[in-house]
Design a protein around this ligand. Sequence first.
Ligand code: NI
Ligand code: MN
Length: 226
Amino acid sequence: MTELEYLGHSAFVLRHEKEVVLIDPFLDGNPSAPPSAKDIRPTLILVTHGHSDHSGDAAEISQRCGCLVLATFEVGNRLEEMGASIISGHIGGEFLFPFGKVKLFPAVHSSSFDDVHNVGVPCSFLIEMGGRILFHAGDTALFGDMALIGEEAVIDVAMLPVGGTYTMGLKDAVRAMRLLGAKRLVPMHYGTFEAIALDVEEIRKGCANAPFHLSVMRPGERLEVR
Ligand code: NI
Ligand code: MN
């Protein structure tokens, strides 16, 4: 069984057997992180870009749990300086793990750390885990090459930002779902802060006639990926 847990904002945990993959750990200082987030002991961390609402706890957790972090080259190097153990790679690279594989694709956004500007480039992750396919878009605008990601595999679950302002909003996320050909949308990167406020009812309305399933997850909620 492959299971997805939402930790608020863009943070998720993917579980399959003994593998625990933590994506974009922003737990400390994340007003939407559930209490369960503190107990997670990942076997792998994926970080889409340097912004602290994505990379925030990666170095500390990597150090504490002794797990590797996969990110784009310069983002990984910066996390290594902060104490993380990293897998060196970049966009286009595909990495094999006991649970399946992870491939890095582009995202249209930027990447900085609080203390250093312009560190590397952002990415998105196409993840095969236990035979299921998941896509985590990171922070991104809509872009046409999402269609190429959709050609790569039939995506069971796409985690897409919908909050607008810093990323695509809901309308563009619905268009992204068409390009990706994904079966299920899990919205993320909304509601955490005033600037990305979005009502759950608005999300439901915006997806009402869309040709995909919608799972609005509450922080701490789990979803079996089918
Ligand atoms: Ni960002
Ligand atoms: Mn962000």
